[in-house]
Design a protein around this ligand. Structure first.
Ligand SMILES: [Zn+2]
Ligand SMILES: [Zn+2]
Ligand SMILES: [Zn+2]
Length: 274
């Protein structure tokens, strides 16, 4: 599989809009991997996870080719993961060459409501986009051959925020953004599953958050439990992602913090092939 991280910040981006904190000043000064946009990840060339307001930036600067996207899975309705007005630009009035197939969008009930609220200002979205409402523990196969299982996240209740298992050709990915330490019902589902790749929320960095989002300590707890359950091994690629501007953190400082552990630190544009 090939996984490309396009946006790796939390909701306010990093440097954050309007913010002059030390972490944001450092990001502006150092540039490069310190410039983080809102959450979006590409699996292969055709399966996209989340559609933030920075999607247009990802097209223009990171080579995201939206014409190739057949399936779009949405984790939850927070604006840094879901900007439905731009998804609705896939219609005859604003885009040419989109007739060969409908884009399949998968999301929970809250996401569906927000999608149709946005779609109502366009005349022909249904002709080009098909929305599929999903709930925790639903499993579906995308047109491009991925088996996707939605799991319950610990985030933004009562919305049923979702994390995902994505499988193809015998390989298995756990994509866990945004979430705190997983709900017990999700742990139960993970029993007996093995992952080649796990992407974990680390929004809070050194703050000890375990509900809603995670920091380093909660991520360690999750990976320890997954190891004990044999859901991961030494061969599993573990990625930390979705960071908030905090203290004097930079990309290098996050890497240094986890250098003795088996984690990779995501940045905008980074790619994993396995
Ligand atoms: Zn988020
Ligand atoms: Zn800041
Ligand atoms: Zn969120």
């Amino acid at each position: 599989m090939k996984i490309t991280y396009l946006g790796t910040a939390s909701s306010e981006a990093w440097p954050a809009l309007f913010c002059d904190c030390e972490a944001c000043m450092l990001a502006r000064k150092c540039g490069g991997k310190n410039i983080r946009t809102r959450s979006q990840t590409l699996i292969g060339e055709s399966l996209l996870i989340d559609f933030p307001p920075d999607t247009n930036y990802h097209v223009q600067k990171l080579g995201l080719d939206l014409k190739k996207i057949e399936s779009l899975i949405i984790t939850h309705s927070h604006h840094d993961h879901f900007f439905p007005y731009d998804i609705c630009m896939r219609n005859a009035g604003f885009a040419e060459g989109i007739r060969p197939f409908k884009l399949s969008v998968y999301g929970n009930r809250t996401v569906e409501e927000k999608f149709y609220e946005a779609a109502s200002i366009f005349s022909d979205v249904d002709e080009f986009i098909e929305f599929h409402q999903i709930s925790p523990f639903d499993q579906f196969r995308t047109g491009d051959g991925y088996t996707v299982t939605a799991l319950a996240a610990d985030h933004n209740q009562p919305e049923e925020s979702l994390i995902y298992i994505i499988q193809k050709n015998g390989q298995s990915v756990l994509y866990a953004h945004d979430t705190g330490i997983f709900p017990e019902i999700t742990w139960k589902y993970l029993e007996g599953k093995y992952f080649d790749f796990v992407s974990l929320d680390c929004t809070a960095l050194s703050r000890d958050w375990r509900k809603g989002h995670m920091g380093f300590r909660a991520v360690d707890e999750v990976t320890e439990r997954m190891k004990a359950m044999r859901c991961i091994s030494h061969d599993t690629i573990l990625v930390l992602n979705h960071f908030a501007h905090y203290e004097d953190y930079t990309h290098d400082k996050i890497c240094k913090e986890v250098e003795n552990k088996n984690y990779c630190v995501a940045y905008d544009g980074c790619q994993f092939v396995f």
